[in-house]
Design a protein around this ligand. Sequence first.
Ligand SMILES: NC(=O)c1ccc[n+]([C@@H]2O[C@H](COP(=O)([O-])OP(=O)(O)OC[C@H]3O[C@@H](n4cnc5c(N)ncnc54)[C@H](OP(=O)(O)O)[C@@H]3O)[C@@H](O)[C@H]2O)c1
Length: 289
Amino acid sequence: MIVVTGAAGQLGTDVINELEKRNIPHIGIDIADVDITDEAKIRNYLMEINDKFDVQAVIHCAAYTAVDKAEDEPELCYKVNVVGTENIVMICQDIGAEMIYISTDYVFDGKGDVPYEVDSTKEPMSVYGKSKLVGEEVVIKSLEKYYIVRISWVFGNTGNNFVKTMLKLSETKDEINVVADQIGSPTYTIDLAKLLCDIVLSEKYGVYHATNEGYCSWAEFATEIMRVSNASARCKINPITTEEFPTKAVRPKNSRLSKSSLNIAGFKRLPTWQDALERMIKSSATIET
Ligand SMILES: NC(=O)c1ccc[n+]([C@@H]2O[C@H](COP(=O)([O-])OP(=O)(O)OC[C@H]3O[C@@H](n4cnc5c(N)ncnc54)[C@H](OP(=O)(O)O)[C@@H]3O)[C@@H](O)[C@H]2O)c1
């Protein structure tokens, strides 16, 4: 049995869908079922599942993900991303389950223009990034059988994301200013979910970076969103600098993640981000924005 936390979230939804497709027994949990920060409740909840079904792995997608808000409420961000993770880790330790911990490009400082390797120096620049790094450390310290998968710029059909925001804005605006000096890789939840299922079945424990192939700026991503959704003629993307679009949390300018760890372990890398974007937009003529 595989348990997926954050099962109602952007990534968790597609992980559940993929497990379903592969007929892999699974249970999804989210905050409506149980709060992962409540040590006693999450322990009882997961122990009961384990007594009935023998939990082999937890794919831990639940997280506090409001990057800017986290600067104003660091305690809550830490509670979910660190204490919540610690609670799940301790249960995994007790029942001998392995864990996939989903992490982020925000654990790096975003300086330079070279892709980060899995063991590059971690220097998070935001409350959210720090909390996710401490979450990683908790996993590494306490478990032998773990996978840490760092991802970036997530988009999918569930919840809010950059693609949906751009599509929505393009309905009413004839130009949108978008940051052009932050470079990274979009990650499509449908593609990532497949890889996460391959990883969880592999016993190839360790740290991975997993995004769609290719790098772009947010402005290039937005331009492609307009092109694929046939909105280019009515909505222009204006490239701007990070300084022209200040945000509470510092975003890494360089979010490039090297995928060499996937190669070494023999996992298939994800399709290009352009291919993923095209599939997302075309598969859903009326994406709920
Ligand atoms: N989104 C990105 O661009 C991005 C980039 C890099 C890494 N990541 C990582 O990828 C993972 C999945 O992200 P996502 O985009 O799918 O996030 P998401 O859509 O925000 O999903 C997270 C889920 O966790 C739930 N949750 C929050 N606090 C909880 C608690 N105390 N107990 C139980 N469940 C709780 C959320 O419920 P509520 O919605 O009710 O709070 C939500 O359903 C996270 O680990 C995130 O850090 C995301």
